[in-house]
Design a protein around this ligand. Structure first.
Ligand code: MN
Length: 315
């Protein structure tokens, strides 16, 4: 690989075959003025099924302004998933879609060969922001499928013994998310009631990871600390969470992704040449990325390929 592309992160499945419990500390970073805790890509470059990126932001409150204001930027090779616990995010894209996501709803954007979007706190907001943004790597055969946006006002919710499960991708606890994906996948927000335990059946050929979202939660007696992604491995048919005072956990998974991806800025690719081409196309306003006409203000410029000393995906 040409050394000018050294900043791109090569990520793939590590492919453990057994249940495990491994901790990966998140990185602290900024998205404009918004503080972000980035759980994926983990230092060891692990994918979790097809999930390749996980940013956690909030909880925060604000009286004025826009804590989230991400100007138009491009994506290739992925789906973005926005899931909120509190507050609102306004999405606008180059297809002309506008979608306000609120707690309990989900936005899934499929990049296809190219799309651009902006994400910002809307003018009228609750003054709260608390959520996650995830990326899903698209399998090679679907990477150039048409770009699209899917807005789900309310993801499926299922009450189970001891808690409540919101399923925003795939199937869990008998609830099926209506979001379209291109790999087998699961993504859910598991709420555990105070003093209760929840047992959730898992798909054994998936690998899974969990991140504490709020309150206190324990998995098989392990206290789940904030800002840690716990990798659970594969071949688990069940997971049990408990909580003393109540809490929420993000659960993501899927079969180990069979391809190695290359991540740079907002691009999920397979080769350095592809990243260089996408960067050049964005800089030259190539039609593959369109324009986000609804956004008032300048779009983001791509970093220079040789300036980036570390991975810096934007969202
Ligand atoms: Mn984005």
């Amino acid at each position: 690989m040409n050394k000018e592309y050294v900043a791109a992160e090569e990520c793939g499945s590590i492919g453990g075959r057994n249940p495990t419990f491994e901790s990966y500390t998140s990185r602290e970073t900024q998205l404009g003025s918004l503080h972000i805790t980035r759980a994926l890509p983990a230092k060891e470059k692990r994918l979790i099924g097809p999930w390749c990126f996980l940013d956690r932001y909030g909880p925060l409150t604000f009286a004025e302004g826009k804590p989230m204001d991400v100007a138009p930027h491009p994506h290739i090779g992925l789906q973005t998933v926005s899931w909120l616990l509190e507050g609102e995010v306004l999405h606008n894209d180059s297809l002309g879609f506008e979608a306000l996501v609120r707690a309990g709803g989900v936005n899934v954007m499929t990049s296809g060969a190219g799309i651009s979007h902006s994400e910002q706190t809307p003018e009228a907001s609750s003054g709260r922001l608390n959520g996650v943004q995830l990326w899903i790597a698209l399998p090679d055969q679907y990477r150039n499928a048409p770009a699209s946006l899917q807005h789900i006002e309310s993801a499926p919710v299922v009450e189970i013994t001891g808690g409540i499960v919101h399923v925003f991708a795939g199937t869990l606890c008998g609830a099926v998310s209506p979001t379209r994906h291109y790999s087998e996948i699961v993504g859910a927000d598991v709420q555990v009631h105070p003093g209760e335990a929840v047992r959730i059946g898992l798909t054994p050929n998936y690998e899974h990871a969990i991140v504490a979202l709020s309150g206190d939660c324990y998995e098989d007696g392990h206290r789940l600390e904030e800002k840690i992604l716990y990798y659970l491995g594969i071949n688990r048919s069940e997971i049990c969470f408990t909580s003393r005072n109540g809490g929420r956990v993000l659960l993501i998974g899927g079969p180990p992704f069979p391809e190695t991806i290359l991540m740079w800025w907002n691009f999920v690719a397979r080769s350095p040449e592809e990243i260089a081409q996408a960067r050049a196309d964005w800089e030259q306003h190539h039609s593959r990325f369109g324009e986000v006409r609804a956004y008032m203000g300048a779009r983001l410029e791509a970093p220079t390929l040789n300036r980036i000393a570390r991975a810096n995906p934007i969202s």
